[in-house]
Unconditional design. Sequence first.
Length: 330
Amino acid sequence: MTRLATDAEPIPVTVLTGFLGSGKTTLLRHLLGHPGMGETAVIVNEFGEIGLDHALIETSDEDTLLLDNGCLCCGLRGDLVDTLMSLLERRERGETPAFGRVAIETTGLADPVPVLQTFRTDPLRLSRFEFEGLVTCWDAVNGARSAANHREAARQVALADTAIVTKTDLGDGAAARAEVARLNARAVLREAVHGAVDPADVLNGAARLAAPETDGGEPHRHGRRRHDRIVSVSAFGNRALDWDRVRRAVAGLVESHGDRLLRLKGLLKVEGREGPVGVDGVQHLFHRPRPLEAWPPGLDRPFLVGVAEGAAREELRGWLLAILSPGDGV
């Protein structure tokens, strides 16, 4: 059992949230590349059938992994308190390298209130940790639409200690900043293009532990949509694809179902390339394909993960297979 060390300096914990496709993983990847972030433990929680964010951070879906820069990475598979305590106990037994900071990347569909309440409702077990702040990524292209249609997206920014406006190179940065300020005038506001931001602007926020206990005071009164209307599906392919056919298939999917397709991301095998090509899109907006030199550990064939609202699982799977296996009649 881990000893309660009241004289030890508490380990700061930063929670990184933001709706699907808002740029959390890109921001986290940039932060972990900073020289001062080498003693960081990263906990990733992914909504979906594949821990793809692990692959994008260039790790894999194992219990605890040591990244190239000395950071630790693990997946959140159960209770957050148990995950934090397990990391601490392994550190004290010398089974993992020392870490002086924890960053938790939540799923894009997470309501941040239960995470914040964790640090209030279990102070004894978490006495070695100190919640430092909630950092929310806000997409300058889709942020306002996401907040209008999804209660979680509005709450993520409303509760933020620091709000990071992303994709200002693709959207209206001024309008995005104004919308964030309208939802949360107390948050420290920063911008990050392609994840580039000074860690000091993200990891020193003053935590606001007084998270609301109920829905009272919620900033939006839009119709609420439940998680049971949101489905996540993964699909696998086998063959290398002609990139022009992939591009046409994606364009057709976005044109027909872009409003319901909340997120599409994955790795594809493309003709003429040894390594995979990463694709990442949110509704009608797709980022530039990201070629990788090699397949990440544990991932050796093409796949896509889709998150959609108001679509049946098999319908969504058909959308993905239309990209992975064009012309196969699926």
